[in-house]
Design a protein around this ligand. Structure first.
Ligand SMILES: [Zn+2]
Length: 361
């Protein structure tokens, strides 16, 4: 297909087999460093177009610094296609820098070729990435901070956001602030107050009533997702709200049975039931996760603020710099044991990675 940017320059595009629920990626002839994302026809909305045009404007006006652009794959140019009736053009997608040789964050949680040191390093890089977005003077929110939207480059463990058209922006038009919302999200990675509000208003992310002063995604919902990913990287891919029935406790209460134990992670997230740090009768942390005690006391406190205090008060969640500092100290404390696994040097127990490798499922 042929597409045009706002200046009328044409691009010849060839479909690839890459893409997701919103659209497909196309190779750009004579521009091997670029990809075009072409939205499905029902996703070619005015809202998406306004957002991409704003990214294009921020790039031309140098509102985004180099470090930001190095780690956030921003939409570069809005693309249009000529319709059958001549002289009219419709919005179809955008151009962005092509990324290669990465794995998604989701595939990094459990990657066997990444040792614990590299996973902690990756977690620290996520904090840098989150800080890059939030420290810009523009009101930019990640929103759909999901593990498939983040590329991890194995050679350096650095992280980049790759599906940036979903980010939430606030546009200034003649002194008026207009919200360009994020309308997608993965429930697992979303802060509990989001599902609470959607339930209360009987709405969804596409239709919820929101404005620049009360957007559904904000800095604190981003910090929830960041804490979730840091936890999963450090804890062998476990969700902070994963749990399993505690059979020993159940055996002492013959009137109860396994199926009556609520191990639903969404319920736990809403109630702030963080089973790693507090005891809840009949439940325990999953055995594929290392013991919570391998984490430093500083990290434990941050996770408790993120997942227990944060369930009631989103502002209690630690920011990216607090996590960055705690992870830096934790990295310094890691040493490799005779078995070849990294464990904190002050942890006196047996190697947790050996225990997990010997689990029989
Ligand atoms: Zn070991």
């Amino acid at each position: 297909m042929i597409a045009y940017d706002t200046s009328g320059k044409s691009y010849s595009l060839t479909e690839t087999n890459l893409g997701g629920g919103e659209g497909k990626l196309y190779a750009v002839d004579n521009n091997p460093e670029l990809y075009a994302k072409i939205f499905k026809s029902e996703k070619r909305t005015k809202g998406r177009e306004a957002k991409i045009l704003e990214w294009e404007k921020m790039l031309t006006e140098n509102d985004l610094n180099q470090n930001f652009c190095r780690q956030i794959v921003v939409p570069q140019k809005c693309l249009y296609a000529q319709t059958t009736s001549q002289n009219t053009q419709t919005f179809v997608g955008y151009l962005m820098e092509k990324q290669t040789s990465f794995r998604t964050l989701k595939n990094t949680y459990l990657a066997k070729d990444f040792d614990y040191m590299q996973k902690v390093w990756t977690a620290r890089n996520l904090c840098i990435l989150t800080n890059r977005v939030h420290s810009l003077e523009r009101e930019i929110i990640i929103g759909d901070y999901n593990a498939d939207n983040i590329a991890i480059f194995p050679s350096t463990s650095t992280a980049k956001f790759i599906d940036v058209d979903s980010f939430q922006l606030v546009i200034n038009r003649n002194g008026r602030r207009i919200l360009c919302p994020c309308t997608v999200g993965v429930p697992e990675f979303m802060a509990p107050e989001i599902s609470r509000r959607l339930k209360k208003e009987k709405s969804d992310l596409e239709h919820v009533d929101q404005g620049p002063d009360d957007p559904i995604f904000n800095k604190y919902t981003d910090l929830y997702s960041m804490a979730y990913h840091v936890f999963a990287l450090l804890m062998n891919g476990s969700s902070p709200f994963a749990s399993m029935p505690n059979m020993e406790e159940l055996s002492q209460h013959p009137s109860r049975n396994v199926s009556s134990i609520d191990i639903d992670q969404f319920h736990a997230a809403e109630k702030g039931e963080f089973v790693f740090a507090r005891h809840y009768i009949f439940k325990k942390a999953p055995n594929y996760a290392p013991k919570y005690g391998i984490l430093s006391r500083k990290l434990q406190k941050l996770f408790e603020r993120a997942f227990i205090d944060g369930a009631k008060d989103s502002t209690a969640r630690p920011d990216s710099l607090e996590f960055y500092d705690a992870l830096t100290e934790y990295l310094d404390s890691l040493e490799d044991r005779k078995c070849g696994h990294y464990m904190p040097s002050n942890y006196t127990g047996a190697c947790e990675w050996c225990r997990i490798n010997n689990l029989k499922y």
